[in-house]
Design a protein around this ligand. Structure first.
Ligand code: FUC
Length: 785
């Protein structure tokens, strides 16, 4: 009989010691003992709440696995299942009303401008559509008496959730994973004694749906998404499960399938909707699920092998070891509970790798981008509709993508932005009378691009420009010209919108965005609406600079380049205010704003993710940014702490960054399943935190690569391999006693850079199209190949 045996210390420190391809030797061995590794999230009891359950996902299909005994629950999601249907949100009054809003703002009548905008400019409906749960797959099991040795685990090495326990001298093991290769959620139930598996399978759903059988081995649930805010529900979905049992009997009940006396049971779940694009609902969920279910014929071991090969190809690119691996012998929820007062660097390493896991699980080529909850949502009325908030949250989701070696996972963000350039062109034309395209602070499956929620949150024309920064960053990291060619038209369209809509600020003659806001902060004049906040100017500087650079790389559009440069020159520079802070607005209002400790730090965009402000190049502005951070304070929502970690890291203050990370890892901001707590659950903090951990170890900007730029004293020893730096570099770093011991920097794109460790530098001059490595060893840099 297998037992949970915590005396057996078989540790794999990171992936470096594992074979590159799947551990085929573990397949079929799942009745083996449970041995936690530094890459396990594990627990001694079933999940009672959703935020204790463990997420699996293949980018499109998601499930939360509860690990229940008498009742096992998989809460199911499909990433295109949203409320409502295609709609045009533009308020027909908006175009005529905007000049008045502009005039009132430029006259300093902010509150009046805001109420006028709320009455005449905002979208209809004022809210967007919400992401919907498909429902639950339930497994009812009777007669599990005298349960002992319970353990459930999410293994990040293989992306498999495993639940094991003993009942009546029988060891039961359930495994479940979401396969991107075969588009199925696959589950296997096993026992170490024959004929002991008994279960009833059924679906439940909060949606309008019907359930029926096909034969005695397939259960089908079909339904339609709800109407919302007056928009009819148009998404149709089908979820189908197929059950295969070895031994025992199978029978169908009322909307359920019963298995009794089996040796082993395998369940495959396929889910699909009719969604193809925001304007095309012609997919056939019935045909798609049938197609996907055909893969069940491959059998469990082959499905699992294919899943692990695919997943580990992404996951194993980066290894992070921050030592104290023994901490993994403590269940994850206990480690989180104790994280405020214990030294547990490997919890940070686990958080980093979990962030990478969650990105792979929620954003793969062809899927929707990771939304506010990734892809995991059990509620028909989720917080903030579980859609895409593009004034920080969606962008933060993609901060780790390149630095953490998951480049491919950005594809859904590019596609969403391409969609927004279409819907946003209508908004530009019909709402602003402008060329190009614009998106505001939120979007949904229907790619609504108008301003929502209220002018104080939504009347911000920069959402698309911020997405462009993420995408530009991807080019910087990869130097993938084909990607840049796809991105360039979007950048150009975004810039053209601002050529038409920037206004002259009568105070200083500079060009300003108006109406706009500094997300989502109110200034001292009872309103958020304003002209030319710092973040908009920073975003536009990046946009125009990147447009100029792209025209040069691609050898196109000389006139457009000149126009970008000329327009950029008319934006007011960043300003330092009376408290020594970086001004959030054009005027020095910061200290008089009602919420001094506001969660958003929009004006610090210039410090991170942008590099307009750096300690080395603009020390005065960096000092002012630090002052702003101090005034804001570190205590904030999960995502806002995630941002602060990256900002402190860019200020080269590793201990401060680490102090904020510690707050993020504490139970107030991290649920037992390690999901980030805004609260409530919001996934951006996971991704912002993961990016921040990487940023403490490696930074790259303005043609420089900084090794260990913000290493905290709490991580005296460690090793990281596979991080990426801008310019197409792969970086491995090992350090001990807080000092760099060895580094290998490999150029993949032949882009020169300056490599920096403390006061030592090396000019990297790699040859194009040749893989070349540089090293730091025994206190000096050298070129090795
Ligand atoms: C922004 C933030 C909130 C929340 C929401 C989804 O509006 O200000 O804190 O994260 O997005």
């Amino acid at each position: 009989m297998s037992k949970l045996d915590l005396t057996r210390r078989e540790f794999v420190i990171g992936a470096a010691t594992l074979p590159v391809v799947a551990q085929s030797q573990t397949i079929g061995d799942s009745l083996d003992r449970f041995v936690p590794t530094p890459l396990s999230l594990w627990y001694r009891a079933p999940a009672e709440e959703w935020v204790q359950a463990l997420p699996i996902g293949n980018g499109r299909l998601g499930a939360m696995v509860f690990g229940g005994l008498a009742l096992e629950r998989l809460s199911l999601n499909e990433d295109t299942f949203f409320a409502g249907g295609p709609y045009n949100p533009i308020n027909p009054e908006a175009k005529a009303a905007l000049p008045e809003v502009r005039k009132l703002i430029l006259e300093g009548k902010y509150a009046q401008a805001q109420s006028y905008a709320n009455a005449h400019v905002m979208s209809h409906p004022i809210k967007q559509m919400s992401y919907q749960p498909i429902g639950d797959l339930l497994l009812n099991t009777f007669g599990l008496e005298n349960v002992s040795d319970y353990v459930r685990e999410l293994d990040l090495e293989t992306a498999v959730v495993r639940t094991q326990f003993t009942s009546e001298q029988t060891r039961f093991v359930r495994e479940v994973f979401a396969s991107a290769t075969d588009q199925l959620i696959v589950m296997r139930l096993r026992a170490d004694r024959p004929r002991r598996i008994q279960t009833s399978l059924s679906f439940t759903t909060p949606q309008a749906a019907t359930i029926h059988h096909e034969g005695d081995d397939v259960l089908v649930m079909s339904g339609v998404g709800p109407a919302e805010n007056g928009i009819e529900g148009k998404i149709r979905f089908t979820a189908k499960l197929k059950v295969m049992n070895k031994g025992g009997t199978r029978s169908v009940g009322d909307a359920s399938i019963h298995i009794a006396g089996a040796d082993e049971v395998v369940i495959c779940v396929a889910i699909a909707t009719n969604y193809k694009r925001f304007d095309d609902l012609s997919a056939d969920p019935e045909a798609l699920t049938n197609e996907h279910l055909k893969q069940a014929a491959l059998g469990y071991d082959e499905l699992k092998r294919r899943h692990i090969v695919d997943y580990s190809n992404l996951f194993r690119r980066v290894v992070l070891d921050l030592t104290n691996a023994d901490a993994a012998f403590t269940p994850t929820d206990e480690r989180i509970r104790k994280s405020g007062y214990t030294v547990d660097p490997s919890l940070a390493a686990l958080y980093f790798q979990y962030g990478r896991y969650l990105l792979i699980a929620s954003s793969r080529p062809g899927t929707q981008p990771a939304n506010l909850q990734g892809i995991w949502n059990e509620r028909p009325r989720p917080p903030w509709e579980s859609k895409w908030t593009i004034n920080i949250n969606t962008e933060m989701n993609y901060w780790p993508v390149d630095i953490a070696g998951l480049s491919e996972c950005i594809e859904p963000l590019l596609r969403m932005t391409q969609d927004l350039a279409i819907t946003g062109a209508t908004v530009a034309r019909d709402m602003y009378g402008a060329k190009g395209w614009v998106a505001h602070h939120n979007t949904d499956l229907w790619r609504a691009a108008g301003p929502i929620d209220g002018a104080q949150w939504g009347l911000w024309p920069m959402g698309g420009v911020w997405l462009m920064q993420n995408l530009w960053d991807h080019w910087e990291f990869t130097r993938d010209r084909a990607f840049l060619s796809q991105l360039y038209p979007l950048m150009k369209g975004a810039a053209e919108f601002f050529f038409d809509t920037l206004a002259v600020n009568p105070q200083d003659g500079s060009l300003v965005t108006v109406p706009s806001i500094s997300p989502e902060n109110e200034h001292p004049f009872d309103a958020a609406l304003c002209a030319g906040p710092a973040m908009d100017r920073q975003l536009l500087r990046d946009l125009f600079d990147h447009c100029s650079e792209a025209t040069q790389v691609l050898g196109v559009d000389g006139d457009f380049r000149e126009r970008c440069r000329a327009t950029r020159a008319k934006l007011a520079p960043d300003r330092i205010g009376k408290a020594g802070q970086l001004q959030e607005w054009l005027e020095d209002w910061d200290l008089d704003a009602p919420e001094l400790r506001h969660r958003h730090v929009s004006h610090l965009y210039g410090l991170y993710p942008s590099a307009q402000i750096t300690v080395e190049d603009t020390p005065e502005l960096a000092k002012a940014a630090q002052r702003s951070l101090e005034i804001r304070g570190d205590e904030a929502t999960g995502w806002a702490m995630g941002w602060r970690i990256n900002l402190w890291a860019r200020l080269a203050q590793g201990d401060h960054a680490h102090a904020v990370l510690k707050m993020l890892l504490a139970p107030e901001r991290t649920y037992p399943n390690m999901f980030d707590a805004h609260p409530p659950f919001q996934i951006d903090g996971n991704f912002g935190g993961a990016a921040g951990i990487a940023e403490m170890l490696l930074q790259s900007y303005r043609g420089r690569i900084h090794l260990l730029p913000a290493l905290p004293r709490a991580w005296p020893r460690g090793n990281v391999t596979g991080l990426r730096a801008r310019g197409g570099y792969i970086v491995d770093i090992r350090w001990s006693e807080g000092v760099l011991e060895m580094a290998t920097i490999t150029s993949m794109a032949g882009v020169p850079a300056t490599l920096i460790y403390k006061d030592r530098t090396l000019e990297l001059k790699p040859t194009k199209n040749q893989r070349q490595s540089f090293r730091w060893e025994k206190g000096r840099f050298s070129q090795t190949s």
